[in-house]
Structures are given as structure tokens and as C-alpha cells.
Design a protein around this ligand. Structure first.
Ligand code: HEM
Length: 207
């Protein structure tokens, strides 16, 4: 009994941690009204947390490799689903609060801004991953489930490019406000490197 409670604790904790930014955002709204440009604040914060939670879900396997603690693995799925939830809120803020569901304007913007196409592609992949995130879907899809869920790595790159271009930065020329997108890119490269089989074996050997 005690052991199962002890095992459940980190599971509950991950939900609390993932919901804290939403509570913080709600509290900020009540206290400050989200500042001078509330819609932009909401758009940015929900986008930021979607990306942070996506990278956190990608970090679970490397963290298990580094620490040897398998308790990180069950966090991967809830963190990915919360990334989807924040991304859905981000999209709703954009569609409803920013553009008031004026589809003509939204389409015009979409035709002119590459970063929106990247965001849209990322969101479509996130939907596919969230819908197939159940154990039943995993059993049913067998090997194609692994192939579909491997899209989470290119998905993170699409989001990082979406982020960099939305800031009017140029990731390729290293110009503009691209410090945080570059940090996200650095984290992604580190996480990808830690997934290399040879490196994982070497780290396990060192432990
Ligand atoms: C159809 C899908 C999407 C649309 C229409 C969209 C739209 C936007 C818009 C309008 C901005 C703000 C640009 C500005 O203020 O100039 C933005 C920024 C951002 N978006 Fe998205 N987005 C989408 C998908 C996503 C997804 C799936 C993620 C993450 C998983 C994401 C993460 C971000 C981030 C991190 C930022 C930068 C926030 C900041 O500046 O602090 N977006 N997006």
C-alpha cells in the first residue's frame, strides 16, 4: 500500500507541475490583467509553455539514461499531452482573442507568414500524437505507432523555427531576437545527442 502510494506520488506531481503555469497565468490575469497587451501575453505564454513541456517530455528518456532512474519514463506521455493542451490554448488565443475568428484575415496572414505554416504543421503532428497516445492505440498500431511517435523530434524543430521566425529573428543568419530559440535548439541538440545508442551504452557502462 505504502509502495503504491510512493509510486503514485511522482505521477501526481507531474500533473501539478504541468498545471502550475496555467494557474500562474490565471492569477496574473486577476492581479494585473496581463499587462498592456493581454492577448499577446496570453499568446506568448501559452506558446512558451507548450514548447517547454514538449522539450521536457523529450528529456525523459535522456534523463533516465543519465540517472538510471526509470521513474522518468512514465512522465513522457502526460508531459506530451500537456504540451498539446497548451498548444491548443495558444491556437485558440490566436484564432478567437487575436483575430476574432475573422477567417479572411486569418487566411491572409497565413498566406504571408511562413512561421504560421510551421506552427500549423507542428500542431497537426501534435494532434496525431495526442489522439494516438493511449495504450489501446499503441497496441493496435504496433510498429507504425513507433514510426508516428518518432515524429516528436522533427515536431520540436518545427516549433523552434516557428518561435524564431515569430520573433522576426533569423536563425540562419543569427540575427534578431533569437537568444531563446537558440537556447531551445541547443537543448534539442543535447537531447538528440543523448539518445545516440553508443553514447547511451557508454553512460550506462560508467554508472
Ligand atoms: C496553427 C498553429 C499555430 C498558430 C496559428 C500559432 C500562432 C502564433 C503566433 C501568432 C505567435 C506570436 C507571434 C507574434 O507575437 O509576433 C506565436 C508564437 C509562438 N508560438 Fe505559435 N502558433 C501555432 C502553433 C504553435 C505550437 C504547436 C507551438 C508549440 C508546441 C507554438 C509555440 C509558440 C512559441 C514558443 C511562440 C513564441 C512565444 C514568445 O514569443 O514568447 N505555436 N504563435
Amino acid at each position: 500500500m505504502k509502495t503504491s502510494r510512493a509510486r503514485r506520488f511522482p505521477q501526481v506531481l507531474i500533473h501539478v507541475v504541468a498545471l502550475l503555469p496555467l494557474l500562474w497565468l490565471a492569477a496574473e490575469g486577476l492581479i494585473t490583467g496581463w499587462g498592456f497587451n493581454p492577448v499577446q501575453t496570453l499568446e506568448h505564454r501559452t506558446g512558451d509553455w507548450a514548447l517547454i513541456l514538449l522539450l521536457a517530455s523529450l528529456a525523459c528518456t535522456p534523463l533516465r539514461t543519465l540517472s538510471g532512474w526509470s521513474g522518468f519514463t512514465p512522465w513522457r506521455r502526460p508531459l506530451g499531452i500537456y504540451a498539446f493542451v497548451y498548444a491548443a490554448l495558444h491556437l485558440l488565443v490566436f484564432l478567437i482573442l487575436d483575430y476574432g475568428l475573422v477567417w479572411g484575415q486569418i487566411l491572409e496572414l497565413l498566406l504571408n507568414k511562413l512561421y504560421l505554416w510551421l506552427g500549423l504543421a507542428a500542431f497537426l503532428i501534435l494532434i496525431a500524437l495526442a489522439v494516438t497516445s493511449t495504450n489501446a492505440a499503441q497496441r493496435k498500431m504496433k510498429r507504425s505507432w513507433n514510426r508516428l511517435h518518432a515524429l516528436v523530434y522533427p515536431l520540436a524543430i518545427l516549433v523552434i523555427l516557428h518561435y524564431a521566425l515569430s520573433l522576426k529573428g533569423d536563425l540562419f543568419r543569427l540575427s534578431g531576437q533569437i537568444f531563446w530559440p537558440l537556447v531551445a535548439l541547443g537543448v534539442w541538440i543535447l537531447l538528440m545527442t543523448l539518445r545516440l545508442t553508443s553514447l547511451r551504452r557508454w553512460i550506462s557502462h560508467l554508472r
